[in-house]
Every structure is written in structure tokens, then in C-alpha cells.
Design a protein around this ligand. Structure first.
Ligand SMILES: [Zn+2]
Length: 90
């Protein structure tokens, strides 16, 4: 069986999230700063040099983290951001 035909990883369980303040989102106990970028949002973990970009223009949304890019899953960033925006705050 080739790598191209491997089964996708199981879905990520829904993340716990909360707006701490405007532009600061907690996902599964980790704080991320959220800022608008072209085509979506940048999520940066406190102290991390490598931000994740969540693209929210059009469906499906995508994210630049390994969970989404390599495992093809809706990652916790994407799921948390979608849920957080559905609540009407950002
Ligand atoms: Zn992600």
C-alpha cells in the first residue's frame, strides 16, 4: 500500500476554547494570540517563533500546522477559531 493511499487520521476531538480577551484565545489550556492576516488569521502560541495561519476565506478552512497539512485533519486551531467566531467575538 502506498503512502498516498493511507487512511486519514481520526478526527480531532472538539477543542476546549475561551476568549481570554480580545485577540487572545485559549485552546486546550494554551494561550494563542490571534490577529487578522490576509485571507485569515494568524495564531501564535505564547513564546513560539512559528505561528500557524488559519485561512478562513472560502471553504474548507485550512491551517498551516502539521495536523492539518500532514494528517489532513481539521486541527484544533481551525476548530477552535470556527467555534469562537460562531460565538460572535474576535
Ligand atoms: Zn492548525
Amino acid at each position: 500500500m502506498s503512502l498516498l493511499h493511507r487512511k486519514p487520521a481520526p478526527p480531532v476531538s472538539p477543542p476546549q476554547w475561551a476568549w481570554v480577551e480580545d485577540g487572545l484565545l485559549e485552546i486546550n489550556g494554551t494561550l494563542y494570540s490571534v490577529r487578522a492576516i490576509h485571507g485569515g488569521y494568524e495564531l501564535r502560541k505564547a513564546g513560539s517563533a512559528e505561528p500557524h495561519h488559519v485561512h478562513t476565506e472560502g471553504e474548507p478552512w485550512s491551517c498551516t500546522c502539521g495536523d492539518h497539512v500532514w494528517r489532513g485533519r481539521e486541527c484544533k486551531h481551525l476548530l477552535a477559531l470556527r467555534a469562537a467566531f460562531a460565538e460572535g467575538r474576535a
